[in-house]
Write a protein of this length. Structure first.
Length: 247
């Protein structure tokens, strides 16, 4: 009988976003119910300085509203329906704040907080993320990631005791990897198609866990698990957990 490789951790990508509206409390709670080890989410700043959990810069795709998150107050965002686009059973679901996600999930799972920021110049989002993590004493239960090296650098100065992960993919500008030089980070977060045995060997030399995104194909998840990735981000936690449990 073939031995089952040690199972990679499974993270709900924006929650169990195949079965519930992405980046909402129902999606995060469902990921937990499906057995996920963690969830991944995206944070942005409102016009009045609140951290909300939403992927796109605009609210158009996932709410009944229009406009950019950065131009709206928290009160304005609260009025939007963030669930009906996915299904009528999720009508009137609100865009959550990062505070609310921490309050709902607590320390039961690991939370990967992705900072959505394209700015290479200083912004306040990194300080706000650090403030919310401290307020909920989540330092040992989060990893903070970003495609933006300068956001990671700024967050590292705010909170050196929290692990950070560098998100990257083959089609991104080359200068981003150059900007990462000199930044101490604890994990690689590559696009899953970038990962093969050579990639894993290089990661081991750096002593970096590899957390891949976004894997919804059970057989691909099994290949990545056998390669030794640390975690797999997926829209379908239950499906991937079942696949990784098979011999």
């Amino acid at each position: 009988m073939n031995a089952i490789p040690k199972r990679a951790l499974v993270f709900g990508h924006r929650g169990a976003s195949h079965d519930a509206p992405m980046n909402t409390l129902p999606a995060f709670e469902l990921a937990l119910a499906q057995g996920a080890d963690g969830v991944e989410l995206d944070v942005q700043l409102t016009r009045d300085g609140h951290l909300v959990v939403i992927h796109d810069e605009s609210v158009d795709a996932t709410t009944n509203g229009h406009g950019f998150v950065r131009d709206m107050t928290l009160a304005q965002l609260r009025e939007l329906d963030s669930g009906s686009w996915f299904g009528s059973q999720f009508a009137n679901t609100q865009i959550p704040t990062l505070d609310e996600v921490f309050e709902t999930l607590g320390r039961r799972i690991i939370i990967n907080v992705e900072i959505k920021s394209k700015s290479l110049r200083p912004t306040n989002i990194e300080a706000k993320v650090a403030e919310v993590i401290r307020r909920h004493a989540m330092q040992k239960h989060v990893i903070v990631s970003s495609f933006n090296p300068m956001a990671l650098r700024r967050f590292r100065k705010q909170m050196p005791d929290v692990d950070i992960g560098y998100l990257h993919a083959p089609n991104l500008p080359f200068y981003l990897s150059w900007l990462m030089l000199g930044i101490a980070y604890q994990a690689d977060h590559p696009y899953e198609q970038s990962v093969d045995e050579q990639y894993m060997q290089n990661a081991r030399l750096k002593n970096h866990p590899v957390n891949v995104w976004t894997v919804n194909d059970p057989e691909r998840a099994r290949v990545l698990n056998a390669l030794g990735v640390h975690s797999i981000m997926t829209d379908m936690p239950a499906v991937i957990i079942e696949a990784l449990s098979r011999p």
